[in-house]
Ligand binder design. Sequence first.
Ligand code: FAD
Length: 287
Amino acid sequence: MYTTRPAEFTYHRPASLDEAVALLAELEDARPLAGGHSLLPAMKLRLSTPAALVDLASIPGLAGIERDDDGLRIGALATHAAVARSEAVRAECPALAEAAALIGDRQVRNRGTIGGSLAHADPGADYPTVVKALGATMTAVGRGGSREIAAEDFFTGLFTTSLEPGELVTSVRVPAVQGAAYVKHKHPASGYAVVGVAAAVSLEGGACTRAIIIVGGVTGMPVAASAAAAALEGTPGSEEAIAAAGARVPEALAGAIGDTYASAAYRTHLASVLARRALAVAFERAV
Ligand code: FAD
């Protein structure tokens, strides 16, 4: 039966992180609620039927964005709009602010949070691709205490992460990276990434010492186009070098997924094109 009403659940609004962690551990089939812009639609369609929701909104200190010598620490409850307009994010890591500004529409950006987006791990989401390219680290807190999870270990598949049940993302640490960019082809209805590519490069003496290319939207989770990135090392990031790297991006996309909007072959082609565009901006910024 098709329904737009969620199944019954109990609602809890803890006032502290400790209380939230305890509730998530004690309540049967409990899920954290942040902006609700992925969880509630899934509940209304009964794709998700948690018995209890633990709303994180009243927990103090989870929405801040701080800048220090090592980069940025972004609280899990920072909304996409807050990340997009943050002076600190725009200065330290413009690619992240640009990605946040490209998410959905104004309503989604005003409610959705970075922690919720990362924990949800939607293959069409923007942040997972970007945080992986930036080498970000998530701080997670659960009954067992606090731990750091590198972005490359955080995403484990379609809508799945290495978070343990009941574990909460509390913040994201993003190292200062200037030579980075994110480019996406939006789905015209939702704004989700049909394909999104993030690139990060480092230069020394005019030559590329390290390049990272992450492709989102094409496979079940963001994937590194490692051979393409390696082809850039030692080059000045010239048009020819970028074109050669872009041509190797499909090597990483053997598991490409297609749907009614975009076939796997089209997504793979777009990934090459967008990788070239992202790399061109990343090299410009790295100089
Ligand atoms: P919620 O919906 O509250 O939660 C999502 C999941 O994460 C749930 O399983 C929840 O239990 C869990 N969770 C939430 N917070 C935490 C936490 N701190 N720790 C652990 N688990 C947690 N996204 C894009 O990236 N790009 C787009 O273009 C885009 N377009 C959209 C368009 C529409 C119309 C809609 C409705 C959504 C769109 N989204 C898009 C998704 C949007 O960004 C969501 O806000 C985001 O995916 C989830 O964040 P949230 O705070 O709303 O999380």
